[in-house]
Write a protein that binds this ligand. Structure first.
Ligand code: FES
Length: 115
């Protein structure tokens, strides 16, 4: 299902914004003119990624430093602020999970997200 997201017209370059599409909370970001949409909650312990730090196409969780690609949701660094051994153990146990990403469509100056 596709939802119009009116807030996206106010999204400035490099900014993170939490929006709702249907019953899902997402975080959107605009980088180099392209708009990306990902799940709003970190796959580690569910912190709000809208409060994270965006560097280029990498979003860092504000709680324990996991880093994700906003392009495809891939985990780039798992709980980077924890000791390396804990990060490696939880990753080995399969607790490291990618974020879900969503397609953003623009038509006639309006933005839509496909859920
Ligand atoms: S909740 Fe995001 S890294 Fe822990």
């Amino acid at each position: 299902m596709t939802y119009e997201i009116k807030e996206l017209s106010q999204l400035n370059e490099g900014m993170l914004l939490e929006v709702e599409a249907g019953n899902k909370k997402l975080v959107v970001a605009r980088v180099d003119g392209d708009v990306y949409a990902i799940s709003a909650k970190c796959t580690h312990l569910g912190c709000s990624l809208a409060e994270g730090e965006l560097r280029g196409l990498v979003l860092k969780c504000p709680c324990h430093g996991s880093e994700f690609s906003i392009v495809d949701g891939t985990v780039l660094s798992w709980v980077g602020e924890w000791p390396k051994i804990l990060s490696n153990i939880t990753k080995t146990l399969g607790l490291s999970k990618d974020l879900k990403t969503y397609q953003v469509l623009e038509k006639d100056g309006k933005y839509y997200i496909d859920i």
